[in-house]
Design a protein around this ligand. Sequence first.
Ligand SMILES: [Mn+2]
Length: 426
Amino acid sequence: MFSDQRLHDLNQPLLAEHQLQLSYLTDLLGRRGQDARDVVRQLVEFQVAIPSWALGTGGTRFGRYPLGGEPRTLEEKISDVAVLHQLNGSSNSISLHIPWDIPRDVPGLQQQLKAQGLHIDSVNSNTFQDQKDQPFSYKFGSLSHTEQAVRDQAVQHNIDCIRYGEQLGAKTHTVWLADGSNFPGQQHLRRAYLRTQESLAAIYEAMPSDWTMLIEYKPYEPHFYSMVIPDWGTSYSLCQSLGQNAQVLVDLGHHLPNTNIEQIVGRLLQFGRLGGFHFNGSMYGDDDLTTGSSKPFQLFLIFNELVDGARDQAVTNAAVAYMIDASHNTKDPLEDLLQSVDNILGAYAKALLVDRAALAEAQQANDVVRAEEILRDAFLLDVRPLVAEAYRQAGGALKPVAAYRSAGVRDQLIQQRGRLSVSTGL
Ligand SMILES: [Mn+2]
């Protein structure tokens, strides 16, 4: 949708001001002994996977307000992600949800992915709702269900997901388990865990040895008395019992209010079990809002842990999978995803600019104010010129949302796909 020439034309009027801001920031950082070009290089390399289920308007259980032009097929979802990647150069992969994204034309999809410079990063299973042709219901659980036949069905679904993923070159299987209970006494808490552990082991056994299984946790919803995997400790213990290729996935919206998520990130890095992120924004719970929209400082502190861990030779954690998991009821989903990636890159840039030697000194000396000031110095710096420069160097737009709007992408999608097209997803 965006040719190189088109992007060049969109950037041209913005270039003079961009260069002015970039050279000021480069000089300023240089005076502090920091290399802006090095930060930009790391931003260009940073990639965040886009969820196939976030390309249409999401909804709540009260309603949904589709805005038209939503992708109707997996091919159209990939082409939407390609638009994002053309604009920001930072969205080169897509997470699939099965059964919504079962690949039909595998060679065709492989060709499309290659042509657009994209790949499939992960497959996600779905046992949180019943499909119309399945023999057993998940109303009372899937991998943790009391009946072996239901567990077998859920295990087989997860294995099917892995097989679909293999066809498209994915290497990651993500399990978010909606199992739990709504009332005291409904479920035997320890037995539900043990049944889940046994089911996950069967899936893990069937997974290729170069794949990673990510186990996501969530404290409440859809169940409100207990969730079988409510917290990172439960995910971690399951990973420990499965093997080295099982890792914990941290979804930013899957914590109780005021949880110190950056500390969880630090712990998991220390234990070598941080497998990936689902980025989103949260005020209260699993809100699935734009990443970094209301708690940018928290996002920065999370990246601060990641950068600190990456620079510590004692940390041997494997590569972390960065993914967005969001759902948009009021925004154009593509604009929202561009904003999310922009906030993620900004938080990463700031974390890269923390003066770690000075911070370590202040921490050692118990200089509370100095330590906090060092973090504030990095957080309050306006790094947008660095992020814009990363977009430009990756061949994208200096201002992706503005470029998306001025090119009239949504109108074109509505013309191609219709005003009433509705995407599968949440
Ligand atoms: Mn998630």
